[in-house]
Design a protein around this ligand. Structure first.
Ligand SMILES: *Cc1c(COP(=O)(O)O)cnc(C)c1O
Length: 371
């Protein structure tokens, strides 16, 4: 059996430090707004190369709070538009909607599955205020092109870094390439907590302050509430866990690249589209994607051989009932990605034997369909 992601094995590899961190928090008697969160915020800001990191409850809240803050600061108005990649995980889109803004869907590039920078300009209107990039599957977007375009139209660039912890683009880390970024530390992410957690990174002092206030009931000081806020905080337990795991993030990403390299070497099937890597540092392989029109039968074939492969994601956002207003859009690249994508097992602890087992099964599937 090769699991898609063996979280139990991953977290066991952080022992005894992980359990020590949890026990330290339990016995400390202090569970919110404490030293662990402060330390994590300081270290993660330095890691990303930005002035501020604000710990929050989860990734969706991180992104939502960025847009809520722009509205609260008067830099955006309700009904303003934010251009988002049409093939993202639905959370990116929900963040825009929750802030009272309007998502405008942009097609991705087939080769990278990231937003197609050349297709952004045609979507810009007088109400466009921002472009949200999503470094999907762990691969950095073409940020030079996005930023040049955004700069020309005076748009904010917001990064959804939920899948891209530690990815680099031209010497800068994900989270430092736009005006603000949202991270998720959902357990299965490249940097994962033991529950929900998230963070906002930014160099914008005013924005960081507003995010912090809005995440804490819109308060500027205890029992003083100038803004309509929410309750979304990173707790001490999750921060303590993340402080242990952050130290190994770069090494883990390196291992993920090594797994990807081995998949590339061992998978011989010419019909299968594998990730193209031009810059090693720009992909942290949160998800190892392959593409084939025979996706569903390949998935069942692997399952029958004890290999768990998943689909990210089976239904595109504009085909979701909650987003029915977008159902009429023609998004052929997005739809093809959702039809053909399959995610092979990926983890920094995947063994060479497991990688070979997966690659052999993939190869034999294509031998069998080619008769
Ligand atoms: C995981 C994820 C999120 C949401 O993060 P949560 O912590 O689960 O709220 C947002 N965007 C993308 C691209 C994600 O993969």
């Amino acid at each position: 059996m090769v699991k898609y992601l063996d979280l139990q094995k991953i977290n066991a590899s952080f022992e005894p430090e992980l359990t020590e961190a949890v026990e330290r928090t339990v016995t400390s008697g202090w569970y919110l707004f404490g030293a662990e969160v402060e330390e994590f915020e300081r270290r993660f800001a330095r890691y990303c190369g930005v002035g501020h990191c604000v710990g929050v409850g989860n990734g969706l809240d991180a992104l939502t709070l960025i847009f809520m803050s722009y509205v609260s600061l008067g830099r955006m108005q309700r009904g303003d538009e934010v251009i988002v990649p049409a093939n993202t995980y639905i959370a990116s889109i929900l963040a825009v909607l929750r802030a009272g803004l309007k998502p405008v869907f942009c097609e991705p590039e087939w080769e990278t599955c990231d937003i197609d920078a050349d297709k952004i300009e045609a979507l810009v209107t007088s109400r466009t205020k921002a472009v949200m990039v999503v470094h999907l599957y762990g691969r950095m977007c073409r940020m030079d092109a996005v930023r040049e375009m955004a700069c020309r139209y005076g748009l904010y660039v917001v990064e959804d870094c939920a899948q891209a912890h530690g990815a680099m683009y031209n010497g800068k880390k994900a989270g430092a390439l736009g005006h603000a970024a949202g991270f998720s530390f959902y357990p299965g992410k490249n940097l994962g907590a033991l529950g929900d957690a998230g963070a906002v990174t930014t160099d914008d002092d005013e924005l960081a302050g507003r995010v912090r206030a809005l995440a804490n009931y819109g308060s500027s000081a205890k029992y003083v509430h100038p803004y309509i806020g929410i309750n979304s905080r990173m707790d001490e337990m999750q921060a303590a866990v993340l402080n242990v795991k952050l130290g190994r993030l770069d090494a883990d990403n390196h291992q993920r690249r090594e797994v990807a390299r081995q998949y590339g070497e061992k998978i011989k099937a010419k019909e299968l589209w594998l990730p193209v890597v031009d810059d090693e540092q720009a992909h942290v392989f949160h998800i190892f994607t392959v593409f084939t029109p025979l996706r569903d039968s390949l998935q069942s074939y692997l399952k029958a051989r004890g290999i768990q492969a998943l689909i990210h994601y089976p239904i595109p956002p504009h085909r979701q009932e909650s987003l029915r207003d977008y159902a009429a859009l023609s998004l052929p690249v997005t739809e093809r990605i959702h039809r053909e994508e399959l995610s092979l097992p990926m983890s920094p602890l995947l063994t060479e034997e497991e990688i070979s087992q997966v690659a052999d099964a993939v190869n034999s599937f294509f031998v069998s369909v080619n008769g």
